[in-house]
Design a binder for this molecule. Structure first.
Ligand code: F6R
Length: 366
């Protein structure tokens, strides 16, 4: 059942070229330059007219929402608020009839998310669900939606569901932005093409598992870890830190790289590994100087970089290179090495990564 892999988590990490392909399949048509998604088409006018979109989710799905905030704001020029479902619900949020609320959930059974959308629905919001499990409670409670089609996720730590969520959210943002006219045909086609290339690029990254395993073994005894990224790579840093916490029980925090100087930099010493998600994008020079700041304080730097980067390898202690990609689809690629790193560190520390302590696959209590 684990298909020759030691754990479900590893099997699911390795399935990602296929699962991402599955979430694009039948939707993204590169030849005709279009995206077909019935649930989105049905509510297209609501998306176009939306004064804002509220996204509610928990955990890894919340990280997908955070990435989507960047996508929707950039491509659709719609302000997005990303909310922890649990906080949203208890805060007496301002929701008006006709507001768009997007709920993101792998299981479709997360109680916090479910209750949040039920409240929003009562206030007259339109609920758009993005779930992996077909026919799940959140899917049923939504007015419309799109499934992620990643297949059953057994590993407690979410991996393939996350990359499928990113692929689906990117397609929705592209489709809405294009219909709305906030996105040029040229940029639309470019990102479409970049998305279509993702499954092959994920395959390339997975081929580096031996390198990532060696890095994992080198840092497996760390007590704390810092994950840093900017822009589209900031949510990736948060997700990398969450994966490490769940699977290896190492204390890890994710931060926007520029925020480091406002406090977390006090933690940096020769003991602290700092993982930078530093692929080439519009922030690259900035993040290079953040890496220098860490090295100046003798922190140990692991960097996820774009293949061909000739600067960062001279500064970092260890690097993992990924294929070049548009910054908007880069999170789908960049999270893969972080999933593997967390997995191999958990294994090196002797834990059963498929049964992390204190965690359940879906949290059906509030
Ligand atoms: C992380 C993880 C959790 C879930 C969260 C939401 O690896 O598994 O953080 O992401 O409990 O679950 P869903 O997406 O099922 O609503």
């Amino acid at each position: 059942e684990k298909g020759g892999f030691d754990h479900f988590m590893l099997k699911e990490i390795f399935e990602q070229p296929d699962t991402i392909f599955d979430s694009l399949r039948g939707r993204l048509d590169e030849q005709r330059g279009m995206i077909t998604m019935r649930g989105v088409e049905e509510y297209m006018q609501k998306f176009i007219d939306a004064q804002r979109i509220i996204m509610v989710a928990c955990g890894t799905s919340w990280h997908a929402a955070l990435t989507a905030e960047y996508m929707f704001e950039e491509l659709c020029r719609i302000p997005v608020e990303v909310e922890y479902a649990s906080e949203f619900r208890y805060r007496n949020p301002v929701i008006h009839p006709g507001n768009m609320v997007m709920a993101i959930s792998q299981s479709g059974e997360t109680a916090d998310t479910l209750v949040a959308i039920e409240e929003a629905k009562k206030a007259g919001a339109i609920i758009f669900g993005i779930c992996n499990v077909v026919g799940s409670s959140i899917a049923r409670a939504s007015h419309a939606g799109a499934y992620t089609h990643a297949g059953p996720e057994i590993g407690v730590a979410s991996t393939k569901a996350f990359t499928a969520q990113l692929a689906v959210l990117c397609m929705i943002a592209l489709k809405v932005g294009y219909e709305k006219g906030t996105l040029s045909r040229e940029r639309f086609l470019h990102v479409l093409h970049e998305l279509a290339l993702v499954p092959e690029k994920v395959k390339e990254i997975l081929q580096q598992h031996e390198n990532i395993k060696a890095i994992a073994e080198k840092y497996a005894s760390a007590r704390d870890f810092l994950y840093l990224g900017r822009g589209y790579n900031f949510p990736v840093a948060l997700e990398g830190a969450l994966k490490l916490k769940e699977i290896s029980y190492i204390h890890a925090e994710g931060y926007p790289a520029a925020e480091m100087k406002h406090g977390p930099i006090a933690l940096v010493d020769e003991q602290l590994p700092v993982l930078f998600v530093a692929t080439r994008d519009r922030f690259h020079e900035k993040i290079v100087s953040n890496i220098q700041e860490i090295k100046a304080r003798r922190g140990r730097v692991i960097a996820v970089i774009t293949e061909g980067d000739e600067v960062v390898p001279h500064m970092a202690d260890d690097v993992i290179a990924v294929p070049a990609a548009d910054e908007m689809v880069a999170p789908i690629l960049n999270v893969i090495p972080l999933q593997l790193l967390a997995y191999y560190i958990g294994v090196a520390r002797g834990y059963d990564v498929d049964k992390p302590r204190n965690l359940a696959k879906s949290v059906t209590v509030e």
